[in-house]
Design a protein around this ligand. Structure first.
Ligand code: NAP
Length: 503
């Protein structure tokens, strides 16, 4: 796709590129310099209804396609993503703003997921178990469910759609996909390439538009039995409520307030590497970003000064420039929200060690850039240590021992990712056991998940489901238990078993 900025894009419904029924469009612009990426259909409920109807028809055929064949399309899609990795990466630096290496990582994650889920086409394992009765066989199999509504955020605009659409489709479902309004071009490219891989019409549809129009209709639509949603806690709650009348399967991946613990026996240089990467990668706009650093009092001063000195060397700029360390944040309201938390932190009495302002000069005024921000002397209960800021801001909290560190780490409403830097294996194992998060890292930052293990969190980070790995299949399939009695007579479970004679 060209970055021409003048092109008008369309929805993809039932194998055709079409305008929104109302004919309206909205623009996608770059957070790095305000340039226009393109115009996209501003769809409404009518467009969603059309896509769901097409998806429902396609489902009846798609569910019967042998799963290995479905998987082969995913393999071809993986190859196409790999072929287009560079142009997708470039587009991502413009539309979403992350730096080139991270954008390439985002695409690579989708490639990995496509290969992994393609392989599921030859697995989709069920179970067989012995029966308590003679001449009886039993098994459980995964079955597809129907039309999946997939609603995604802007921060991983290729990877997150892949976490949802790939397990859904390989399991025999069809999908209506609504990408974030801030990254429609990447959503469009994703669907274009997947279609090119050989998906039959109607299996994957994309409907662009706002959350309250397209997203909400998708959630409420009676013919959409599964909603898979990644985004903020607030929207996740609204989605759950809207889906409750339809008793839908709702899969939520929500926010985080992730912490890195640094003990007094840690390799401090390694810890600084992990902290800087986890707190400021993607400009802090990762659900797994380290927005808290919990530091043993014996190494606190040393660690704080090393972090500040590293952070002050970081260069802000557009993600497509090789020397950039930190790209822009996604939009103006994000910039304002992030800055409001700097004011909140100062008012709460935290010590602003560096950053804390909107960046300007050298062309940065054209985009949404925020100086990487570190607060020291933060108390665990302060708002900056409790609420998700979703920007390049981290809070240093001093602790005296491991018990306190774990209590502080767990003392937030979210439970996505956690980490500990320590040279003591006993401390590491206690942390693995006691940190209340879906993901824990030892001697690494809070980011770095791979596609073949479950991804997700405890508490308000979600509702108990997991993305990625085989766990993802549980969101998109139902279990069916099948009993085959070949005795030729009525055998009653739990009753006739009592009469079973032993030899
Ligand atoms: P968001 O504002 O909640 O939006 C997420 C998606 O929901 C967007 O596509 C949005 O559409 C749509 N939406 C908005 N209102 C809706 C409604 N009433 N019904 C249905 N859909 C609706 O979140 P975001 O700002 O894009 O993403 C940041 C959040 O995502 C952070 O909290 C972050 O932690 C979380 N996140 C979590 C994970 C995870 O795996 N746990 C991963 C990445 C991000 P529009 O774009 O049109 O508004």
């Amino acid at each position: 796709m060209a970055l021409a900025g003048t092109k008008t894009f369309q929805n993809y419904i039932d194998g055709e590129w079409v305008d929104a029924a109302g004919g309206e469009t909205f623009e996608s612009t770059s957070p790095a310099d305000g340039s226009t990426i393109g115009a996209f259909p501003k769809s409404g409920p009518e467009d969603v209804d059309r896509a769901v109807a097409a998806s429902k028809v396609a489902y009846e055929e798609w569910r019967l396609v042998p799963a290995p064949k479905r998987g082969e399309i995913l393999f071809r899609f993986a190859q196409l993503l790999a072929q287009h990795k560079d142009d997708l990466t470039e587009l991502m630096t413009h539309e979403m703003g992350k730096v080139r290496a991270e954008a390439a990582g985002d695409v690579q994650e989708a490639i990995d997921m496509a290969y992994y889920m393609g392989g599921e086409g030859r697995r989709l394992f069920g179970q067989t178990t012995p029966s308590e009765l003679r001449d009886k066989f039993q098994m459980s199999v995964r079955t597809s469910v129907g039309v999946v509504g997939a609603i995604t955020p802007w921060n991983f605009p290729i990877a997150i759609p892949s976490w949802k659409t790939l397990p859904a489709i390989v399991s025999g479902n069809t999908v209506v996909f609504k990408p974030a309004s801030d990254t429609p071009a990447l959503g469009e490219r994703y669907v274009e390439l997947f279609t090119e891989a050989g998906l039959p019409k109607g299996v994957l549809n994309i409907v662009h538009g706002g959350g309250s129009d397209v997203g909400q209709r998708l959630v409420e639509h009676p013919d959409v039995p599964i909603i898979t949603f990644t985004g903020s806690r607030e929207t996740g709650v609204a989605v759950t409520k809207a889906a409750s009348d339809g008793l839908k399967h709702v899969h939520l991946e929500l926010g985080g307030k992730n912490a890195i613990i640094v003990m007094d026996d840690a390799d401090l240089e390694l810890a600084v590497d992990g902290i800087v990467w986890s707190a400021f990668g993607t400009s802090g706009q990762r659900c797994t970003a380290a927005s808290r650093v919990i530091v043993h009092e014996r190494v606190y001063d040393e660690l704080a000064s090393r972090i500040v000195s590293r952070v002050e060397q970081m260069r802000l700029g557009p993600g497509w420039e090789d020397e950039t360390d930190i790209g822009p944040v996604i939009n103006k309201s994000a910039l304002e929200k992030i800055h409001s938390y700097t004011e909140i932190g100062k008012d709460e009495g935290a010590n602003l060690l560096t950053g804390g302002e909107v960046a300007s000069g050298n062309g940065l005024d054209k985009g949404f850039y925020y100086r990487p921000t570190v607060f020291g002397d933060v108390e665990a209960g302060m708002r900056i240590a409790q609420e998700e800021i979703f920007g390049p801001t981290t809070a240093l909290i001093r602790i005296r021992d491991l018990d306190e560190a774990i209590a502080v780490s767990n003392g937030v409403k979210y439970g996505l990712s956690s980490s500990i830097f320590t040279g003591d294996v006993n401390r590491a194992f206690r942390a693995m056991r006691d940190l209340d998060t879906g993901i824990t890292y030892i001697n690494a930052g809070t980011i770095g998940a791979e596609v073949h293990l479950p991804f997700g969190g405890t508490k308000d980070t979600g509702n108990g489901h997991r993305e990625a790995g085989q766990a993802a299949l549980d969101v998109f399939t139902e279990w069916k238990s099948i009993y085959v009695d070949y005795s030729g007579k009525l055998q009653r479970a739990q009753i006739d078993t009592l009469e079973e004679p032993l030899p």
